[in-house]
Design a protein around this ligand. Sequence first.
Ligand code: NI
Length: 257
Amino acid sequence: MNIDLLLDKMWKMYTSYTPSANQISKLFNEEITNDHIAFRTFNTEHLSINKQAKFLEQYGYYHGGDYDFKVKKLKAIHELLCEEFSNELQNVVVEISEKTKDISPEELLLGGRKWNIDLDKYNSLAKESEYASWLYIWGFCPNHFTISVNHLENFSSLIEVNDLLKKNNFKLNTSGGEIKGSKEELLEQSSILADEMPVFFGNSKQILPSCYYEFAKRYPGKDGKIYQGFVAKSADKIFESTNKNNKPFVQLSLPSL
Ligand code: NI
């Protein structure tokens, strides 16, 4: 598989549960350049980001720092530091680890969920860690794609991009302001709130946040080079795009079959 095929596979998977991203990518009427794609995982032996990193190396990506992958399309891979959470959360991670012992590096990025889910477990994970509860229901898949505003020909600022989104009725993540970061920090970011998609816990259907689309504008540093890293404070706010509490929580039940 070449890199274009891999990215195409990732995009198809991501837009299957993030239909807004597909709609938005067409709003600009021009070719879209991706700034980065983010993934989530747990820091266990079988699921660690090192395994994902090794897989991506064959496509020319390299580990650029503790936080990011410094290449033009794919940068951030995030893993949860499981030992910093409760025994209950860690037990769920052990269960997931046991179900994914033979997981291939590619499946760690595109394999989705390989375990059954339980609503009570989801709710208790959600109280402790939005990240863990998201990973529990969606599994291994792209968490978000990001439009590089620098590469857009008809839009030069995030304000213009955000206006276009709002005009088309997309809801922005306003935590920490519509635009996170600043020119001084060399990176400005915004994102829509995650789409809401049905998730089945046995026969019970819940409507839960899936993924969001992000937008990034980068500035040159003192060396004149466009900044390629991330701003931790902004990322923290952007992550809230998948929070369950962003919109009223809708609970639906289906009759038993
Ligand atoms: Ni991002």
